[in-house]
Design a protein around this ligand. Structure first.
Ligand code: G4F
Length: 325
């Protein structure tokens, strides 16, 4: 018998990667798609045709209930969210509704359908919850101090998962994922913005581009590695929370320099970069670095793609994409 998985946010970066690996593992994969949300029209074309799409919206309880009832999943991966931190400052209420309350709706729907003892649920928690970090590196035990409406909404969802797990003995695991990037990354995120602009420069389509604060640092891994950890969390005997990270942090400046070098351009950012004050956030997360030793010990999970390989992979992908345009 095939296992059935339901993915919310199936057209996002992680949804695409996860749907690919679940299909390869023999799952029947259902994807919840919200007709009206921007997501990425282009990502529909990257979805495998054997993913079964069902209309539903995390903002609408009855549709969430119907999607779960229709797909009868063994596993639910809640990846749907307003995931761009910058946008959450201008649309905090929408962010709280989708990114925060959306997960509560999933959990309540599972209970209303009386399948809470049989369904396993993954919640996409985020390192953005650590915000103004209390310790370095961050572990599952580090206190949260979110610095954006997005981080606050993710923290609400995270604790809602913990509370439902304890109150109703549900199998709910939170993956506290640090930044993860790759070929499906949206263009609004800094890594893709850098690699797509550098590819255009390399191809002679433009001369310069702009960024906000380039001194912030992130623990960047490859999204393809990270979705494997999501799946592993749901294959354990009991649910738990796990940090998923590489344990190495680099500044946006370093990412940009490495991307210029990967494209065969002079790794001198002043030659190509302007400053864009509109990218400055009202409150910023200055530095993140995760300790994923628990995931290594319990799940046997380790990142495979290094920072240098990630940068090269993204630059090569964007050179292909931009050459074809
Ligand atoms: O790429 P970013 O927009 O990602 P951010 O804010 O770290 O969030 C990402 O990772 C989280 C995990 O920690 C996820 F939960 C979340 O959904 C998302 O995937 O920005 C990275 C850093 C920020 O400090 C930002 O201020 O880069 C800085 N930055 C500098 N210039 C810029 C720019 N970010 C963007 N998007 N665009 C710029 O021009």
């Amino acid at each position: 018998m095939h296992k059935r998985a339901l993915i919310t946010g199936v057209t996002g970066q992680d949804g695409l990667h996860l749907s690919h690996i679940l299909l390869e593992k023999g799952y029947e994969v259902f994807g919840m798609v919200a007709g009206q949300r921007p997501s990425t029209a282009q990502s529909f074309s990257q979805l495998r045709p054997d993913v079964k799409l069902i209309q539903g919206d995390l903002a609408d309880f009855s549709s969430v209930l119907q999607v779960i009832d229709q797909s009868q999943p063994n596993e639910i991966y809640n990846l749907g969210a307003i995931s761009f931190v910058g946008l959450s400052f201008t649309q905090p209420e929408l962010t709280a509704n989708i990114t925060g309350l959306g997960f509560l709706r999933v959990l309540e729907a599972v209970r209303k359908l009386h399948v809470e003892k049989s369904v396993r649920i993954y919640q996409a928690s985020s390192s953005e919850m650590f915000g103004r970090v209390r310790e370095t590196p961050q572990t599952e035990l580090t206190s949260f101090h979110p610095r954006s409406p997005y981080g606050v909404a993710k923290t609400f969802a995270h604790y809602t998962g913990v509370q439902f797990r304890e109150a109703y003995e549900m199998f709910i695991s939170n993956g506290i994922l640090f930044n993860h990037e790759g070929e499906y990354r949206g263009y609004e995120f800094v890594t893709r913005k850098i690699t797509s602009n550098i590819a255009k420069i390399k191809l002679g389509k433009q001369e310069r581009f702009s960024l906000g604060n380039i001194e912030v640092s992130r623990d960047w891994g490859y999204a393809g590695d990270y979705v494997e950890a999501m799946w592993l969390m749901l294959q354990q005997e009991s649910p738990d929370d796990f940090v998923i990270a590489t344990g190495k942090s680099h500044t946006v400046r370093e990412f940009t320099t490495a991307a210029l070098a990967a494209a065969g351009l002079e790794p001198n950012i002043e030659r190509y970069l302007d400053y864009d004050v509109s990218m400055i956030r009202p409150s910023e997360v200055d530095s993140l670095i995760g300790d994923s030793s628990k995931a290594k010990k319990v799940l046997g999970w380790e990142p495979k793609v290094s920072f240098e390989e990630l940068v090269a992979l993204m630059v090569e992908n964007d050179l292909r994409v931009e050459s074809a345009r």
